[in-house]
Write a protein that binds this ligand. Sequence first.
Ligand SMILES: C[S@@+](CC[C@H](N)C(=O)[O-])C[C@H]1O[C@@H](n2cnc3c(N)ncnc32)[C@H](O)[C@@H]1O
Length: 220
Amino acid sequence: MEADFWHQRWHKKETGWHREDVHPLLIDFAKKYFPVNSTIFIPLCGKSLDMQWLVKAGYKIIGSELSEIAVKEFFDELKLSPKIVSIDNFKIYEAESYKIFVGDFFDLHAEHLSACNCWYDRAAVIALPEAMRIEYVTKINQLFKKGSKSLLISLSYLSENRQGPPFSLTPAEVEDLWKNSQSVKLLISAGSDLGRGKGSGQLPQFKPTDVEEHAFEIIL
Ligand SMILES: C[S@@+](CC[C@H](N)C(=O)[O-])C[C@H]1O[C@@H](n2cnc3c(N)ncnc32)[C@H](O)[C@@H]1O
């Protein structure tokens, strides 16, 4: 998707993917997979409440988000006044345990994320069309050292009339994307509550069936 697609979505408040709660699979798995006190990278972070939950659980967050509207709303909702600095192609918003790079994820360099050795992907890789998904995996491999860990939540569904976003990614497709990693482990596949209006990304409107979410541990 082009940047303008996402800027328009935020501008028009068409952010159906945004959940008003913390993702239940994050709550189930975060503490098992993210080392205590680590700094977690959240690509394509939006204004996800998962970031607040992770900080309350003792982690630090580095996010990447194209939309400044999203990032302003995130800090406003927390009633925090972030320090804002410009570095390289980014504006960086920073307060307490949160640091968010406003700009294009694909412009990030490993030095920007030197504090992180793990990342959490919910609705990031599934937001991207196939060619960009491959670039996303290549970029993650450039940003992180071998052995770095991820918790990734993907989504699969059947639909006759919808390509995405969100794009459907079955467990086999996730395994194929990350096939050059040390390990890709499916932790759980669960019927999703998305069709019932939680962060649905307009799922109900295009009437998908067999909606499932899948949590993976990936070790690069
Ligand atoms: C489907 S939303 C998911 C947001 C968040 N992960 C969540 O669970 O609520 C995808 C987000 O990625 C952002 N985005 C899309 N392309 C991006 C890029 N190249 N760099 C940084 N952010 C991007 C969009 O603005 C949008 O907020």
